[in-house]
Design a protein around this ligand. Structure first.
Ligand SMILES: [Zn+2]
Length: 289
């Protein structure tokens, strides 16, 4: 007997079978899988007191400081970088302060051709994060619209902070990307860049910095960049000194901690510990997942 109840049930079963046949059974796993690598392309040749990188810290210890890019290698053909590194230090940093390998050369160490990079997500336009964008000529660059606007505009007006950590050459580089249709401005918090890769607004390290959540299968990884310099900032909930809003910065450290199971999977912007916590692939490269 066909009652309205079992008709509805049959209809639902029919829809489910249809979905499974269209998607090959992949209804529940549409996101691609990503392999995630950290690549260290530079290190400071001296140590820095932890207290100088964590406001309110009583630590007497010092730490090394490194500079990283991240590679997300999707099984959908995407080769996404988070940040582009730098090609030359800005003043007052002398180049002797660094041990340095150009970011594109680091990628070649793991057999990635820089021309094959499909996307570069810029967390913020400080010289050490954006300066390498011209090394990846075919990549679509993604950055927050408000961060871009400030970087190319108001940052250079009279009365603004002259020690802003921006390199004027990088302004030209990002404008060039825009003029050639290779810049995508992201508007706001929790925006999906591509399936499995989502950006969130951080707390005012620059005008509108962002960080990246990668969801791959059951794994969740945050690439925090300078939304936390060190694991120490995350573990002790201590702000870095360079932020326009320290209270909000702390709130955001808490938010990141609520997004993943394990604090190790929130990858800080400048912490050499990243390279001892994860399996080594080759010198300066570890596989996060
Ligand atoms: Zn920065």
């Amino acid at each position: 007997m066909i009652t309205p109840e079992n008709f509805r049930l049959r209809f639902r079963l029919f829809v489910l079978v249809l979905l499974l046949s269209i998607t090959g059974g992949n209804v529940f796993s549409q996101s691609p899988n990503y392999q995630i690598y950290a690549l260290k392309f530079a290190s400071l040749n001296f140590k820095v007191p932890i207290a100088a990188m964590a406001v309110g810290s009583a630590s007497k210890d010092s730490t090394g400081v490194c500079y990283m890019i991240y590679l997300l290698k999707g099984d959908n053909g995407k080769l996404i970088l988070v940040d582009a590194g730098f090609t030359e230090p800005i003043k007052p940093y002398p180049s002797q302060a660094f041990t340095y390998i150009r970011p594109d050369s680091m990628l070649m160490k793991i057999n990635i051709n820089p021309r094959d990079i499909t996307d570069v997500i810029i967390t913020h336009p400080h010289w050490d994060h954006i300066g390498g964008i011209d090394l990846f000529p075919n990549a679509m660059v993604w950055m927050q619209k408000e961060d871009f606007n400030y970087f190319v505009g108001a940052a250079w007006q009279k009365g603004e902070d002259p020690n802003n950590g921006f390199n004027p050459i990088d302004v030209n580089k990002i404008i060039e990307k825009n003029l050639t249709g290779k810049l995508n401005l992201v508007k706001g918090d929790s925006v999906e860049i591509t399936p499995g890769v989502r950006v969130f607004i951080g707390s005012k390290h620059t005008f509108e910095c962002q960080y990246v959540l990668v969801v791959s299968g059951a794994a969740k990884v945050i690439i925090a960049s300078d939304n936390s310099y060190l694991y120490y900032n995350l573990a002790n909930l201590l702000s870095i000194p360079i932020t326009l809003d320290q209270k909000a910065y702390l709130q955001n450290l808490k938010r990141m901690r609520g997004m993943v199971k394990n604090i190790d999977l929130i990858l800080p912007g400048h912490d050499p510990l990243v390279f001892s916590k994860f399996p080594k692939v080759t010198d300066g490269v570890v596989k996060i997942k």
